[in-house]
Design a protein around this ligand. Structure first.
Ligand code: HSE
Length: 401
């Protein structure tokens, strides 16, 4: 008789429900691949008043101890929001010897290394493919696809909601509020959409990548994290007139052997791999020293794409290596000059050596980020890092002349 894998779900919101339904939908294929039957034993919910549409034999409870006391439990899927109580719950399940599959970005960004060590100690798997870019298999690509490379840089559109909003504002002319409401209706946004639009969600995801790729994170206070609130329809239109699109991009690279992260809105040209990444899609571009630049794109939010990554983790849960990838050693580098799109009144750039564009009130400038930001500190102009365009640096240098 085929062995049975006993699983439980923590959380039954968009993602938890998606996992429940996906296991049902893919059961035959999953069981053939696992060579085990999959039995959902229990679901932990927050609000016992709401009736859940699940099989009668599944225990639905608000008490985590009922899950912990199940006679047989092999794997727990966790899909709730925030660090607590997820951290306490997962630690207890790991200590009990259960494998854990989680989509909880904030928890992993905050306590990923600690949970990995705990999982290692108890000889169980901790998998979290769904936590970064939903259905895009970025973690397995880094773990298994380009393991012998050194990773020079990773950048990504990591928040589907922000990408969806920017795209709707640009293409459909929706206001920020209208586009956000639509993203919430479609189940893309976090329960508190501040996490999406203020860059927190992308911030947690890039920190998870930093842990995985470089084995450490920058100090959180040193990270420049910006959301999309300050991107105006005016800026979007100005950029569009220049053939550019504003994208919310998280970037991770090493500088002087330390990871450096930025989370911000960037103006990209048509030549950039993220230019055509629209809707709720995410994209990741990984620069490997041997492989070159690899770009992966796909749905970054929503029930099925997130469930896809979590269910996929089930297939490899017991051949899991819990330690991070640790691509050490990368070139040492100093702060380099970058190009920017500057949108502002003519008076804002008076005295600065900038490159005018074909659009009035839009300029290209070049310089070290800290110096450019300092020069524009008191200006009302919008500044977007510019990618995918080659500027004539002799005329675009930002300096007081
Ligand atoms: N709110 C997130 C997003 C969901 O919009 O990308 C996936 O993490």
């Amino acid at each position: 008789m085929m062995e049975t894998l006993h699983v439980a779900l923590i959380g039954f919101g968009t993602v938890g429900k998606g996992v429940y339904e996906s296991i049902g939908k893919q059961r035959e294929q999953l069981e053939a691949l696992l060579r085990k039957k999959v039995s959902i034993e229990a679901i932990l919910i927050q609000n016992g008043e709401i009736k859940r549409e699940v099989d009668d034999r599944v225990l639905v409870t608000t008490d985590v101890d009922e899950l912990l006391n199940l006679p047989k439990l092999d794997v727990v899927f966790e899909a709730i929001i925030g660090v607590e109580p997820a951290h306490t719950y997962l630690s207890r399940f790991i200590e009990k010897g259960c494998h854990v599959i989680t989509a909880n970005k904030e928890l992993l960004a905050t306590s990923g290394n600690e949970l990995r060590k705990l999982a290692e100690k108890h000889n169980v798997g901790l998998r979290y493919e769904a936590a970064v870019a939903a259905s895009i298999p970025i973690l397995s690509t880094l773990r298994e696809g380009i393991r012998s490379n050194q990773i020079k840089e990773i950048s990504g559109i990591l928040n589907g909601t922000s990408n969806f909003i920017l795209n709707e504002c640009q293409v459909s002319g929706l206001s920020f509020e209208e586009a956000l409401r639509l993203a919430q209706e479609k189940g893309y946004a976090e329960a508190d959409p501040t996490n999406d639009v203020d860059g927190w969600d992308a911030f947690y995801k890039i920190l998870i990548l930093s842990d995985l790729v470089y084995g450490k994170q920058p100090e959180w206070e040193s990270i420049s994290r910006k959301g999309i609130r300050e991107v105006t329809s005016f800026d979007i239109k100005k950029a569009e007139a220049l053939g550019l699109r504003i994208k919310h991009i998280a970037n991770l690279r090493l500088q002087k052997e330390e990871p450096v992260i930025t989370v911000e809105s960037v103006a990209v040209s048509e030549a950039h791999p993220f230019f055509n990444v629209t809707g709720v899609n995410n994209a990741l571009s990984v620069a490997g020293n041997l492989a070159g630049n690899i770009t992966l794109t796909g749905p970054g939010a929503g029930a099925d794409p997130t469930a896809s990554a979590m269910v996929e983790d089930l297939l490899s849960i017991d051949r899991n290596s819990t330690e991070p990838v640790y691509y050490s050693q990368i070139e040492k580098g100093n702060a380099v000059e970058e190009d920017f799109l500057l949108i502002g009144d003519d008076s804002e750039v008076r005295g600065l050596e900038v490159l005018p564009t074909s659009e009035k009130g839009a300029y290209y400038v070049t310089g070290k980020r800290s110096e450019v930001e300092a020069l524009l500190e008191h200006s009302k102009a919008s500044l977007y890092p510019l990618q995918g365009l080659t500027l004539n640096h002799s005329t675009s240098r930002l300096a007081v002349v």
